[in-house]
Write a protein that binds this ligand. Structure first.
Ligand SMILES: [Zn+2]
Ligand SMILES: [Zn+2]
Length: 169
């Protein structure tokens, strides 16, 4: 449950568990492809006048893609969430703070889940450190072996490029 009634917090902390499907509209527009549900578990507690502190952990599987060779790369994303929900407008300069209306009766934790997932997911993945990528000319996966294109700077390639350039005119 990621929408918590503030009355639940009068007796102390509330436990928050949730499993959000990969197709949940919350994750739209993040530019991520989720390979499974996003699991969140944590505790929300009152932290003084109009302030509520949420401490949680997030787990997700992202379907990444090697930036060099485009092979699918599953990425496990694990993140700690520390978010302060506050009715104090002065506290909102802090990026970990989320606004709460003065007359709020519940806290919606989902914006913090979205934000933390975006921050924790790697923007750049490679299938392995020494991935050779695709040949920029013929597109062959160079991890499978050389493609037969002359190397850059090879006079044969330059001659070929010049020839192709002329034949296009
Ligand atoms: Zn790769
Ligand atoms: Zn090639």
């Amino acid at each position: 449950m990621l929408q918590v009634d503030l009355r639940e917090l009068s007796g102390g902390a509330a436990t928050t568990h949730a499993e959000l499907g990969a197709a949940d509209p919350l994750f739209e527009g993040l530019g991520l492809v989720l390979a499974g549900p996003v699991r969140v578990t944590g505790r929300l507690h009152a932290a003084g006048e109009g302030r509520f502190y949420w401490q949680a952990s997030l787990r997700a599987q992202v379907a990444g893609e090697c930036r060099r060779c485009l092979t699918p790369v599953p990425v496990a994303v694990v993140a700690d969430i520390r978010a302060l929900f506050t009715q104090d407008p002065d506290a909102l300069e802090d990026p970990d703070c989320y606004p709460l209306a003065r007359d709020a009766t519940q806290i919606d934790l989902r914006p913090a889940v979205r934000e933390e997932l975006l921050l924790a997911a790697p923007q750049w993945v490679v299938c392995r450190e020494d991935c050779r990528g695709l040949c920029p000319r013929c597109g062959k996966d160079l991890n499978a072996g050389p493609c037969g294109c002359p190397p850059a700077g090879d006079p044969r390639w330059q001659a070929l490029a010049a020839f192709k350039g002329k034949s296009r005119d």
